[in-house]
Design a protein around this ligand. Structure first.
Ligand code: TRP
Ligand code: ZN
Length: 507
């Protein structure tokens, strides 16, 4: 290659990505996400200088794109390659809030690449290599652009190593909640929906690119590091303990987590032999015990309802994050910012099928996560002596659900339900609003009304099986339902409930 700039040096001075953090108040609470005040935030900043200018000298490859055209987050993810595996070797010092990392990213090129981007926010990049050769790189906002010494050929597998360090940033969502790297009383917690994972490792941070992971984390002795998948090893030397966690099944990066702190870790297996690992902050252990004891029963009920559990282990992480306001369905073991209740545990575990195994193609398909996980709560209630889903549906339709539920938000809540259709949120700030969750669940109930209970459960199960460990979008879902019930006409449901503005007429 004919580029003359010396390798192993940044092309530009690295830009610290923390600059575009916004001034949105971080107080919105998403325990009931649809109550979150609609904090509008024009986050679509200037498009970054995507890649370096191509060199002369017969180069065939072109730069991969700086995003994958997500309708809400155009800079999220990157074009030109597919990540197969992330190998992260991290060390965290809670005292100084300092993270040191090496990310080894194995990917397959989908085009001839002269350069490609990774997403990374904040932190300082020290060195980048591609297939062992020092590479040039520069940073602009959340884009880390890498130009390998030799271009990468389409179809080829290549390995990028990024050495980095610094104090990771907390990211404020378009909806006002916090994610990314969150400090806790005794350590830290990394949460990634929808864009926070770029705060702790470089990667292709869009849900459409799933990969396996191995995360090695070194922390001061006495602290525990918990991540996704299964614990491979734990070794203490010289006052530090290294935990190695492995996730073999494909995982979207927004579902990756890391919890560092004091934890009571408990391991068991379900009756079916599925490993269960829970990590609970000691201050929350007493309040969590009874609900976590229900976890095996909930997983068993969900397997009966949704089909085989999609991953090789399950569990939960309960940490102290007062004011975070939401739980997250991190793969294998969801995170709860306090002791969960049964409904929330049912919801986050249902996401293991709907969201984690069957992952949205883009953030527009969010209702495929939240509508399903919400409907799982309704079905659980129905099967466990609570309201039948039909009654929940009716109460939502006539608004009485919002009076009955102390968290529901009264008349305002009842109106917010119809603000937009589940399959077309108006912006990134609305992805966690009630139309996505509640009206999304109502779409599923409309399908159930049309096809009957047995066929409906067949659709729920079949959908999870058809896209197991993959990605799917709304058009794929409607086509799937139509294929499963060829005699029925769903066009009114799609038109009025899924895509239509306003409150649909009662049939
Ligand atoms: N997915 C979480 C749940 O189980 C809620 C959530 C957390 C969320 N962060 C988000 C939803 C960002 C939308 C966007 O309900
Ligand atoms: Zn959810």
């Amino acid at each position: 290659m004919s580029c003359s700039a010396p390798a192993d040096q940044p092309v530009d001075r690295p830009v610290d990505g923390a600059a575009d953090r916004s001034a949105v108040p971080a107080s919105a609470v998403r325990r009931r996400p649809w109550r979150t005040a609609a904090l509008l935030l024009g986050v679509l900043a200037v498009l970054p200088a995507s890649a370096l200018t191509a060199c002369d000298g017969g180069v065939r490859g072109t730069p991969g794109g700086f995003g994958v055209r997500d309708p809400y987050f155009p800079k999220l993810g990157n074009g030109g390659y597919d990540v197969r595996h992330y190998g992260l070797t991290l060390a965290y010092e809670p005292g100084g809030h300092r993270l040191t990392g090496t990310a080894v990213i194995t990917a397959r090129a989908t085009q001839d690449l002269s350069a490609f981007d990774l997403d990374l926010k904040g932190l300082t990049v020290e060195k980048v290599t591609v297939d062992g050769e020092a590479a040039r790189w520069n940073r602009a906002g959340q884009e880390l652009t890498v130009r390998p010494r030799d271009e990468v050929s389409a179809g080829g597998t290549f390995r990028t190593t990024v050495r980095y360090s610094g104090t990771p940033v907390t990211v404020t969502d378009p909806d006002g909640t916090e994610e990314g790297w969150l400090r806790t009383g005794d350590g830290a917690l990394a949460l990634g929906e929808p864009t926070g994972s770029m705060a702790w490792f470089p990667g292709n941070h869009h849900p459409s690119d799933k990969a396996s992971y191995e995360v090695s984390v070194t922390v001061p002795e006495g602290l525990t590091a918990v991540s996704n998948g299964e614990l491979r090893s734990e070794r203490t030397a010289h006052g530090r303990t290294t935990f190695v966690w492995r996730t073999a099944e494909p995982m979207a990066s927004y579902l990756a987590t890391l919890a560092v702190g004091r934890f009571e870790v408990s391991r068991s297996v379900t009756d079916d032999g599925l490993p269960v690992c829970t990590a609970v902050d000691p201050a929350l252990a007493a309040d969590s015990r009874a609900v976590l004891a229900e976890l095996p029963e909930i997983v068993a009920w969900e397997e009966k309802t949704f089909g085989p559990y999609p991953f090789s282990s399950t569990g939960a992480i309960v940490d102290r994050l007062d004011g975070l306001g939401y739980a997250l369905e991190t793969q294998n073991r969801p995170v709860f910012p306090g002791a969960p209740d049964t409904g929330t545990l049912v919801h986050e575990l249902a996401h293991q099928w709907y969201g984690d195994s069957v992952t949205p193609e883009s953030w527009r398909d969010m209702w495929l996560n939240e509508g399903f996980a919400t409907y799982a709560e309704w079905l659980w209630d129905e099967d466990h002596g609570g309201d039948p889903a039909q009654r929940t549906f009716d109460a939502l339709y006539d608004g009485s659900w919002f009076d009955a539920d102390a968290d529901g938000g009264g008349e305002q809540g009842a109106e917010a339900m119809w603000a937009f259709p589940p399959a077309k949120p108006p912006g990134a700030a609305q992805l966690s609003d009630s139309p996505v969750y509640l009206r999304g669940a109502m779409v599923l109930h409309k399908i159930r009304q049309k096809v009957g209970d047995e066929a409906f459960l067949g659709i729920l199960r079949g959908w999870a099986a058809a896209h197991r460990h993959g990605n799917a979008d709304t058009a794929g879902f409607t086509a799937y339902v139509e294929k499963r019930a060829p005699g029925e006409d769903f066009s009114g449901i799609w038109r009025d409930w899924l895509y239509g503005d306003g409150k649909p007429d009662r049939p």
